[in-house]
Design a protein around this ligand. Structure first.
Ligand SMILES: Nc1ncnc2c1ncn2[C@@H]1O[C@H](COP(=O)(O)OP(=O)(O)OP(=O)(O)O)[C@@H](O)[C@H]1O
Ligand SMILES: [Mg+2]
Length: 248
């Protein structure tokens, strides 16, 4: 591994410390408030958000380090139920755009609940309800990371709707995420998977990131022996499809 990469990884790694301090402090204030110092409802909610987001920041840092490990061929496969792969990325995304919805999703009781909350946010979930509890053998951190990145783009670019399709067949886990946004021109459909590539559109400044999400997600998919494809039509929308082999 080259020195520059090790140094970058070390910086990311060292972010864990301040994040852990933020998390512990928020946690302490909340507990303290329960015992002796009552807070107003607004203060309690703000602190809960600090706590939740410090945890998200920590999981992002872990994800970054995980991409590095993935490059080294390290996997952490395990058996998890289907919903455990899917629900968490939505909590993370909504925490940024609509914390109340994030809270509701983090308290869902099952498939129906989840699908209803998503529907109220313009997200259609298409999956067989029987799949919800199915046990699937995959590296859950990586799968969540892939889903989060595709979702983050879909939320950035959608006009109104996002459709999530989930299925499982022959030991393969399939997920597709479709938005109804402006689409990606044919000539750029391969380029969007390159690191730091972003389509240059002045109007996009407000939604700009780093051009890393798709490149990273593709590396993870390929490392897991899976495939990611994209179909898009200008002004109609974009569909990203991922298949991941989950055999033991
Ligand atoms: N669903 C989509 N609809 C239209 N364009 C998209 C979509 N997803 C990605 N793109 C285009 O591909 C580019 C690369 O996407 P990628 O996720 O890698 O980076 P980003 O979202 O710009 O930044 P980051 O993910 O690092 O925050 C985007 O800048 C955008 O131009
Ligand atoms: Mg992105």
């Amino acid at each position: 591994m080259n020195k520059k990469r090790i140094k970058t990884e070390l910086l990311v790694h060292d972010l864990k410390n301040p994040i852990a301090v933020i998390e512990a402090s928020a946690d302490m204030l909340i507990r303290n408030a329960e015992r002796e110092n009552p807070l107003t409802e607004r203060q309690t909610r703000a602190l809960a958000r600090v706590l939740r987001n410090s945890r998200i920041a920590m999981s992002l840092v872990n994800d970054i380090l995980e991409v590095g490990r993935s490059g080294e061929g390290i996997f952490n496969k395990g058996t998890y139920r289907c919903f455990e792969y899917i629900v968490f990325p939505f909590v993370e995304i909504f925490d940024l755009i609509d914390p109340e919805t994030a809270e509701r999703i983090s308290r869902i009781e099952g498939y129906k609940d989840f699908a209803e909350i998503l529907a109220s946010q313009g997200v259609r979930l298409e999956m067989d309800a029987k799949l919800w509890e199915k046990e699937i053998f995959l590296d859950i951190r990586k799968v969540r990371q892939i889903i989060r990145n595709l979702l983050s783009n879909a939320f950035k670019y959608r006009k109104k709707e996002i459709v999530i399709e989930i299925s499982f067949d022959n030991d393969n886990f399939f997920i597709s995420i479709t938005d109804d946004g402006k689409g990606i021109e044919k000539g750029y459909q391969e380029k969007v998977f390159e690191r730091y590539f972003q389509l240059g559109d002045e109007r996009d400044h407000c939604v700009r990131g780093h051009g890393l999400g798709l490149a990273g997600a593709l590396v993870l998919v390929e490392d897991m022996g899976g495939r990611m494809t994209l179909e898009s039509e200008m002004n109609r929308g974009t569909k990203f499809s991922v298949s991941l082999p989950s055999g033991k």
